[in-house]
Design a protein around this ligand. Structure first.
Ligand code: CA
Ligand code: CA
Ligand code: CA
Ligand code: CA
Length: 309
């Protein structure tokens, strides 16, 4: 359990920005591991549908037989963010309310290398929603988190918040964070900051939304994952500074930002400052009349910044 005083992080704004930059390093860990799935492992990956049925059954069984420390989360003070503890429903805890009786769920389609879509179900509990904006699947989030396996082993934990780019985190985490809202940042008299009323929740996902057949020293292949997330604050991302937010450069809306390349120059739109390769920077043709809507001078339904005509 954290004390409220632990939440007074000594981050100046400068340090907040510094952390934003170091995020790239931290996230190489997750994305590189993902990239290794096919090339290093010569054993063909399990069929997505069959694997999901197996894991979904084990997740449901787990949720029916476990509870979380929901009593520690009742009557939270604004700065409180207790650690998620999950335990079996037995013995002294036989009357606890199961996780199964408290979760909601969402479905995400996972695409295999042939483009086939396989629905995957994640289960989640929003313990405290938060009070500010929600991040999108494209944004940078300043989070504390705790990652566990179904055997309750902790494979990763951040008790001090760090910046992560949602698009570089495992899919289930990426799709979960928009369900939380950020908190307030409060400036203390000594120049330090603390966060209050930030969103708190946890998500339980099959490995198809995690690392699937990728393994690490502490995450075996095909491991369902549990993440507690505490959403301190967020930054909207515009990776190429073209004034079009990164979330709007995922044109097909599949949460994958690397497969949208309007001008087929191998630079995905979210990294491409001239999306239609017409020699006019996107920022100089996106919204010249300033009405908040992308301009479409020739009225063909394709906005100017994507229209190389
Ligand atoms: Ca996309
Ligand atoms: Ca491009
Ligand atoms: Ca762009
Ligand atoms: Ca252009």
């Amino acid at each position: 359990m954290y004390l409220a005083s632990d939440l007074k992080y000594k981050f100046t704004l400068k340090i907040l920005k510094y952390f934003s930059l170091t995020t790239v390093l931290i996230l190489c860990f997750t994305s590189c591991k993902k990239d290794d799935d096919g090339s290093v492992d010569s054993i063909p990956a399990n069929d997505y549908t069959e694997q999901h049925i197996i894991e979904n059954d084990s997740i449901i069984d787990f949720m029916q037989n476990h509870f979380y420390n929901y009593e520690d989360f009742s009557n939270l003070a604004p700065g409180d963010g207790p650690e998620l503890i999950i335990d079996s429903i037995k013995g002294n805890n036989i009357n606890k309310i199961s996780i199964y009786d408290q979760v909601s769920s969402f479905d995400i389609n996972v695409k295999d290398s042939d483009g086939n879509l396989f629905p995957h179900t994640a289960y989640y509990v929003i313990i405290r929603e938060g009070i500010g904006d929600n991040p999108t699947v494209a944004d940078s989030v300043f989070v504390k988190y705790k990652g566990m396996l179904l055997n309750k082993d902790i494979f990763d934990q951040r008790n001090a918040p760090i910046w992560l780019q949602a698009k570089n985190i495992v899919r289930g985490f990426q799709e979960f964070v928009p369900l939380l809202k950020k908190g307030n940042i409060n400036t203390n008299s000594d120049g330090t900051y603390n966060f209050t009323n930030f969103g708190i929740g946890f998500v339980i996902m099959p490995s198809g939304l995690g690392y699937y057949n990728g393994a690490t020293s502490n995450i075996p292949q095909y491991s369902p994952l549990i993440f507690q997330v505490q959403m301190m604050t967020l930054n909207r991302t515009d990776h190429d500074n073209d004034t079009v937010l990164t979330i709007l450069e995922d044109l097909d809306g599949d949460s994958n930002f690397d497969n949208d390349d309007t001008d087929s120059d191998t630079i995905p739109d979210y990294q491409d400052p001239d999306d239609d390769n017409d020699g006019i920077l996107t920022k100089d043709e996106y919204d010249l009349d300033g009405d908040g809507v992308a301009d479409d001078t020739d009225g063909d339904g394709i906005p100017d910044y994507l229209d190389n005509e």
